[in-house]
Write a protein that binds this ligand. Structure first.
Ligand SMILES: O=C(O)c1ccccc1NCC(=O)[C@H](O)[C@H](O)COP(=O)(O)O
Length: 265
């Protein structure tokens, strides 16, 4: 079993007790609340620079500990927002990434208090609309759908729930056949994950092979393994509108300078 399958199985087990039918009415109500932020999609669609989704990530299966388990998500968000991140990605998985749903609540509250519109992605292993409702309630503006990890009917249920709640969707792919599968769902944003979750290796060749195949009109994101401005330039040159960066920004001595260099790539 590869790591992604292991994580998905653990997530399904952990969620089993909280699965319940999620009514459209509830999702509509959450959509009307729209607690925070501007549109995730629009924040990625800038023509003047490469957009950056900055991830709050304490640990990961591939890197181990990236930051202290006690890292304050709000302080990290403050650094990212001051550095002009276009969007934030907040890992809410606890067991493998050391995050929690409360991080999303706290960061959104911080953004609201400071009148910042930086939209947030709830980065988690989504399997059921209950998680979409949680994301909307906490103030996320986007959810992640890992195409390879889900059956078509599961993707449809998540897509329909997100649409009703007014959330954007980042469809994540790693192989050509996953692009074909993603395109059946009329995606507005597709992320190409450069990380091979069997061997944990990242290679920007994955973005270079897949991003040019994504049809025009869809926002293209290169994810994982982007460490320096040269990597960002490679992503930009193969057609990425945005990059999603975790480890490099979490560990950067000067996140503002690195963010600026990414934007200018
Ligand atoms: O990062 C991992 O080790 C990992 C393992 C299994 C499933 C997902 C994983 N990462 C999730 C991500 O998509 C990354 O956190 C994100 O793209 C940022 O990557 P990086 O800039 O390399 O930290």
């Amino acid at each position: 079993m590869d790591k992604l399958s292991e994580i998905m199985a653990a997530k399904r087990q952990a969620l089993a007790g909280s699965i319940r039918p999620v009514r459209n009415q509830e999702l509509e109500r959450l959509g009307q609340m729209q607690r925070q932020g501007g549109s995730f999609l629009k924040a990625l669609a800038r023509k003047d620079r490469l957009s950056v989704i900055a991830e709050i990530k304490r640990k990961s299966p591939s890197a181990g500990e990236i930051a202290s388990a006690t890292l304050d998500a709000v302080e990290q968000a403050r650094e990212y927002v001051n550095a002009e991140a276009d969007c934030l990605s907040i890992l809410t998985d606890t067991d493998y990434f050391g995050g929690k749903l409360q991080d999303l609540w706290d960061v959104v509250e911080f953004l609201e208090c400071h009148q910042r519109k930086t939209p947030c992605l709830r980065k988690d292993f989504m399997v059921h609309p209950v998680q979409v409702a949680e994301a909307a309630e906490a103030g996320a503006r986007c959810i992640l759908i890992i195409v390879r990890a889900l059956e078509n009917d599961e993707i449809k249920a998540l897509r329909d729930a997100a649409d009703i709640a007014g959330l954007d969707i980042l469809y994540e792919i790693h192989e050509e056949r996953e692009l074909e599968k993603a395109l059946r769902f009329d995606p507005k944003i597709i992320g190409v994950n450069n990380r091979d979750l069997k061997r944990f290796k990242t290679d920007l060749v994955v973005s270079e092979a897949l991003i040019p195949q994504i049809p025009n009109g869809i926002i293209k994101v290169s994810e994982s393994g982007i460490f320096d401005p040269e990597d960002a330039t490679r992503a930009r040159e193969c057609g990425a509108d945005a990059i999603l960066v975790g480890e490099a920004l979490m560990k950067a001595e000067d996140p503002e300078a690195l963010m600026e260099a990414f934007h200018q790539a």
